[in-house]
Every structure is written in C-alpha cells, then in structure tokens.
Write a protein that binds this ligand. Structure first.
Ligand code: 13P
Length: 272
C-alpha cells in the first residue's frame, strides 16, 4: 500500500531542512571598478547592511578583482560583509605570471574563492580536471569554494543539461569527503542567462537545484544534500530575486551586473 504524504505535512520538513543550511547572496564584480569605485561600493554596501537583520544563517559576500582584495578586506573589518576571490591557481607558489595562489588569499584572510565560472571555462579554457585541482587546493588551505556549474544555450536546447551539470559536479566535487564538501557552495549559473538579461524562470532554477541536491544525496546522503547551499546566478536582479529565492532548493544568488550598484545589490539581499 502506498502512503500518500500530504503537502501540509511535508512543508514544515522542507522548512527545517532549509533553515539548516546557509543562505548566501554573493556579488561577483568580474573585471569591473577602479580602485576608488571598489572602495566606494564596498562602503555603500556596508552602510546598507547596517539596516539589514541577517541572522545566524545568512551571509553576504563580495568578490572584487584580486587587485582590490586587500583594500576591500580592510574596509569590511567589523562589518557584516565577507570577501571572496574570483579565481586562484592550483599551485602554491612559483613562476606563474599573473596568477594568485591560495596561500596568498589565506594570508589576507579571504574565506571564499569562486571556481569554475563559465567565463573562466570559456575564455581561459579551464577544464573540469583543472578546476578539480583548484578545488582541492582551496580546501587544503581551509578556505571555502563557490563552485559554478551550468550549461550553454546549445546544451539547454538539446535537453542534455541535467547530464552536463552532473558531469561538471561529479568531476570536480564527488571525490571530496563529506567533511570537505561542507566547505563547498554550489552556484548553478546557466550560461544563457549570464549577462543576457534572460533569467531562468524560478521553475527552471528549482528543477536544476533539486537535481543537484538529488545527485549529492545519491553520492553522499540526504542529510549532507540538505546542508548544501545552492545559489542561482544569471541576470538575477531585485525584481526577480524574491520569486527565485522563494523556491525550496534555491538558497540565494551569485550576482554579476546587479552587484555593481549598492542599491540593486541590497535590493537582492533583502529578498534572501
Ligand atoms: P549576471 O548577474 O550579470 O548575469 O552574472 C551572473 C554571474 O556570472 C555571476 O557569477
């Protein structure tokens, strides 16, 4: 006999699982802002956050260009704002002109690193294998990873997007121990939605986030899957953030363009 569990019974359970995991809004500034603009934006966000009750499980992060990590980090001292890097190299030190290493980030007390962003994959040829090495390096130094995955428009159109994201996640993350995985946040960023003004619908985001959580439950277990923070990224803005974040498997956002202005970034944070 099949027992049908009613939605009204399930709803509180979903809520419990959601409150267990961190909610995050992170701004990826990409290659934008001069030094002075970066500091002004940081100060404006800090000021705005004074009026926001974040609570224990909500976090706000900005990821400026690496050149400004030190000054932005200093500006955020004693504030609610955290700082992340946009990328790092997989080796500790050495002759890698133009690169930054995880020990360097650690020496600045930077807690987060974005890895696997589609722009790194597309313009700089980063492969899943390379990204895996970077993931391992970041975790070895006790920093946290914001791991980006997501399909190109061509893949969405063939319908193979669940398989593609499965491949990206399993190659880069599924060798990790459960303890290591606790220091990973996943960001689903469909490439067709990044910087295009075309946002995934809340339903499209939710079905992929649920898929990702299901993959983690299969590989590890349901409890670990329930603790994983999964962010949405791609043309997220104050006008669509509330409907995206209302979905049970969407735990916040990784924001590009709308993170470059304090009022729109704060508008998104208010939807968290
Ligand atoms: P947009 O919000 O500009 O679409 O960028 C998303 C993104 O790539 C964040 O990493």
């Amino acid at each position: 006999m099949q027992i049908k569990v009613s939605d009204t019974f399930l709803q509180p359970l979903i809520k419990i699982n959601r409150t267990m995991r961190a909610k995050i809004v992170a701004g990826n500034w990409k290659m934008n802002k001069t030094a002075q603009e970066a500091l002004t934006l940081t100060q404006e966000i800090i000021e705005g956050l004074k009026n926001v009750e974040l609570g224990a499980n909500k976090q706000v992060i900005v990821c400026p260009p690496s050149l400004y990590l030190s000054s932005v980090k200093n500006t955020t001292e004693n504030s609610k704002l955290q700082v992340g890097a946009q990328n790092c190299h997989q080796n500790d030190f050495g002759a890698y002109t133009g690169e930054i290493s995880v020990p360097m980030l650690q020496s600045l007390d930077i807690p987060y690193v974005i890895l696997g962003h589609s722009e790194r994959r597309t313009y700089f040829g980063e492969t899943d294998e390379q990204i895996k090495e970077k993931v391992d390096k970041v975790l070895a130094y006790d920093l946290k990873v914001i791991y980006c995955c997501g399909e190109l428009l061509a893949v969405r159109e063939t319908g193979a997007y669940f398989d593609l994201v499965k491949q990206q996640i399993s190659t880069a993350l599924f060798h990790l121990t459960p303890t290591q995985l606790q220091n990973v946040v996943i960001a689903y960023e469909p490439v067709w939605a990044i910087g295009t003004g075309v946002t995934a619908s809340p339903e499209q985001a939710e079905e992929m986030h649920a898929h990702i959580r299901h993959l983690i439950a299969e590989q590890y277990n349901q409890e670990i899957a329930d603790q994983m923070t999964i962010l949405y990224g791609g043309s997220c803005k104050p006008s669509n953030a509330a409907s995206l974040f209302s979905k049970p498997n969407v735990d916040g956002g990784l924001i590009g363009g709308a993170a470059l202005k304090a009022d729109s970034f704060l508008g998104i944070i208010a939807c968290m």
